[in-house]
Structure formats: C-alpha cells, structure tokens
Write a protein that binds this ligand. Structure first.
Ligand code: BYC
Length: 361
C-alpha cells in the first residue's frame, strides 16, 4: 500500500518491510514517481524523424518515448486506446454509484465528508480520462452515448451491491487496491495523454485505498458485530476484486498487442498475482482473513498460491447480467437526462462569450 500508516507484522516467509513494496523493491508511490520522471525525459524526443510513418511510430515505442496526439499512429493503436480509455472513464463514472449510495448513511460527519470527496475525485478521474480519449479524435458525447446504449462496457466490479458500511471500506481497500496495482504500470503507457492522466489519478487513488483500509481497520478492531460485518464484506468482495484484472492470459484477446505497443506493461495474471501477494500481508495487519482455503506461500514460486475467481461469472457480468448492471445503467441514464439543462446552459454561455470576445483573443 502507498505510505502505510499501519505497522506490518510480517508473514510467513516474507519480510515485514516488503509490505509496501511490490515491484523490484519500489513502493507503488515510488513507481508512480519513476514514471513521472520518465515521462518528462520522454518528452524531449530523441528518435530521429523518418518518412516511413510506421517505422517512426515503432522507433518511438521501442525507445520508450511517448506517442502524442499530433503523431501519426496506426488505426488499431488509436482504436485500442479509445476502447481501453473509454472503458476506464466509464468505470470511474459508474464507480461513483456503489459508494455514492452510502454518502447519506456514513456513520459520522467526518466519514461523510471523506466519502463525498472520494466520490467527487472519481468524477474527476472520469473527466481526465474522457479528455485523454478526446485527443484521439472522438467526442465525449459519443463516448457517453456508447456507455448509455451498452456498446461500451465498464468494470465488472461496479455491478455488485454495497450492502453495509463495511462494503465502503472494502471497496477502498480491495477495489481501489486492485485499481492501483493495475493502474501504476499505466503511468508508463506509451500514449502521453493517458500516461499523464494516470499519474494524477494514481496519486489521488492512494488516498482512496488508505481511507478504505482505515475504515476496515476501525471495524475490525471494534465490537464483535462490527468485526463480523468487516469480515463478511471482505468475503463478498474478494473474488470480484480478483476478476477486475480481466480474463486469464490464455483468454485475454487484447493483451499481446497491447503489450507490444507498451500500453499494458504486465499481463492480467501477473497483476492479479501481484495484488494477491500485497493483500495477504495487509489482511494480516487488519486482522481479517481472505476467503480462500488454498491461499498459501509458495517458496519455489516466491508468490502466494491462490484460487482463481470464477471467470464464467466475470463474462456473465461483463455481458450485462450481473446483480446490479440494469440498476447502474438506468441510474446513469436518468442522471444524464436530468443534467441536460446544465450542458445546454454551459454551451449557451460558451457561445455568448465567444460572440463577445474579439476574434483571435
Ligand atoms: N470488467 O483482452 P482483455 C476503478 C473486457 S476503475 C469489464 O484482457 P484488456 C475505480 C475487456 O475490456 C477500474 N470488462 O482486455 C473507479 C475486453 O472487452 P472488449 C477500471 C472487462 O483491455 C472508481 C475483454 O474483456 N480500470 O478501479 O487487455 C472507484 C477481454 O479482456 C474486465 C480500468 O479500466 C472487467 N473486469 O485488459 C474505485 C483500467 N476485464 O473491449 C475504483 C484500464 C476484461 O474486447 N484497463 N474486460 O469488449 C485495463 O487495464 C484493461 O482494459 C483491463 C482488461 C485489464 C481491464
């Protein structure tokens, strides 16, 4: 976890100091900072121009520099990025709902204010991502239309219900935790606008995970009923969180191409394993268990062995048949319709200003 406030107790075979480190001894926050430095130096492009567009594109990618909106890029690269960034943006926007349900029921004013800020951050993440997608030549209204008509998807995880306050803590700990593990490598993605958006998002996401962890820590150390509520929430969210990383590598349609283009840096299974390794030790600090009887340290692999999520369930949820898919989309459609007057007013104001301002100013 980023900047863990909670002392780690260590776990079988794994030194306590490794709790915050997930890759080559670098904490997740250090990895985001490395990516930010890399991004700055990549902006001073050293690859020499070439008349053959495809060769130049390949050379920029091979040199680990960034493709920018002004650059030529193959259509499948552009379309693949639009697909992934749009799905990511939609996930942030739909992802406001499961927690938004709890803003009015948070157990104290402080918890309410924190949750409100978190949900607002998610709206902001959606907007950075829509803006990044727009640099690829699509309009935000087209993307929103594709979400509302079910042609573009969002993360499976947001189709599960939030039944208790402990679910809010568990979403912060497990769902935001999975999101961070998935998204830190995207800070090094080959497309500049996406990489820049991800750096900002990951820094904010770190607070989200910590607030979830802190809610769960409080419940796990509270009354027996609170503790049981925390354990129940972890039991329900564990496998859906593992499924967030996507199908297994053998069934992942986009991974290979995406990794060649350095959009994805690690495969779905690699990131899922990294997440499990990180969570086992954090669960120990929380004093909660993970609902997998086969979870155990494998010294040969240097990783935890674990039970995979139900990928048939993942496919069913992605295709629209999860516990809350209909409810989530209906709510989003209603909110979009009710917001029409805001979009119209903003457009009218922009037109009025443009008409008033002298040309060229
Ligand atoms: N849910 O070939 P694959 C957040 C789809 S935001 C739904 O492996 P890829 C948060 C996949 O799109 C969380 N669909 O795909 C927000 C593809 O379908 P299409 C979202 C999934 O792209 C608020 C097909 O299955 N994060 O955490 O190489 C509050 C085949 O998969 C899922 C992102 O979007 C799924 N779980 O890898 C709190 C991160 N898994 O398009 C938290 C950016 C797979 O062919 N995205 N699919 O119809 C990615 O990193 C990648 O797109 C994925 C999938 C790892 C998700």
């Amino acid at each position: 976890m980023y900047g863990n406030d909670f002392a780690a107790t260590g776990d079988a075979g794994v030194p306590a100091s490794d709790v915050a480190a997930t890759s080559a001894g670098r904490t997740l926050l250090e990895q985001v900072e490395d990516a930010e430095r890399e991004l700055r130096s990549a902006s001073e492009r050293s690859v020499v121009g070439d008349d053959r567009l495809q060769d130049y594109f390949d050379a920029v990618i091979n040199a680990d520099q960034k493709i920018e909106p002004r650059d030529w890029m193959p259509d499948p690269y552009r379309l693949g990025l639009i697909r992934q960034i749009a799905q990511h943006a939609h996930s942030e926007i739909i992802g406001m709902q499961p927690e938004g349900n709890w803003i009015s029921r948070a157990p104290s004013l402080k918890r309410k204010a924190i949750l409100l800020a978190k949900v607002q951050d998610e709206a902001g993440h959606g907007l950075y991502l829509y803006a990044a997608a727009e640099t690829l030549g699509v309009s935000r209204s087209d993307l929103v239309d594709q979400l509302l008509t079910g042609r573009q998807k969002y993360s499976s995880i947001f189709n599960y219900p939030t039944l208790t306050w402990a679910d809010v803590g568990t979403i912060g700990w497990l769902v935001d935790g999975a999101a961070i593990v998935n998204q830190v490598p995207l800070c090094r993605c080959s497309y500049g606008p996406y990489a820049r958006a991800m750096i900002r998002i990951c820094k904010e996401e770190s607070f989200h995970q910590r607030q979830g962890f802190e809610i769960l820590h409080t419940l796990a150390h509270g009354t027996p009923a609170q503790r049981a509520m925390a354990q129940d929430a972890v039991n329900r969210w564990w496998y859906p969180s593992l499924a967030m990383f996507g199908p297994p590598d053998t069934a992942s349609t986009h991974s290979e191409q995406s990794m060649t283009w350095k959009i994805k840096r690690f495969s779905n299974d690699e990131l899922r394993q990294r997440f499990v390794d990180m969570c086992v030790q954090q669960a120990t600090v929380l004093g909660l268990s993970l609902p997998d009887p086969d979870l155990r340290w494998n010294a040969e692999r240097d990783h935890y062995d674990f039970t995979q999520p139900d990928f048939h369930e993942l496919m069913r949820v992605i295709s629209g048949d999860g516990p809350c898919n209909r409810q989530r989309l209906e709510h989003r459609r209603r909110a979009h319709e009710e917001g029409a007057w805001v979009r119209e007013a903003a457009a009218a104001y922009a037109a009025k200003r443009a008409a008033r301002e002298p040309a060229g100013v």
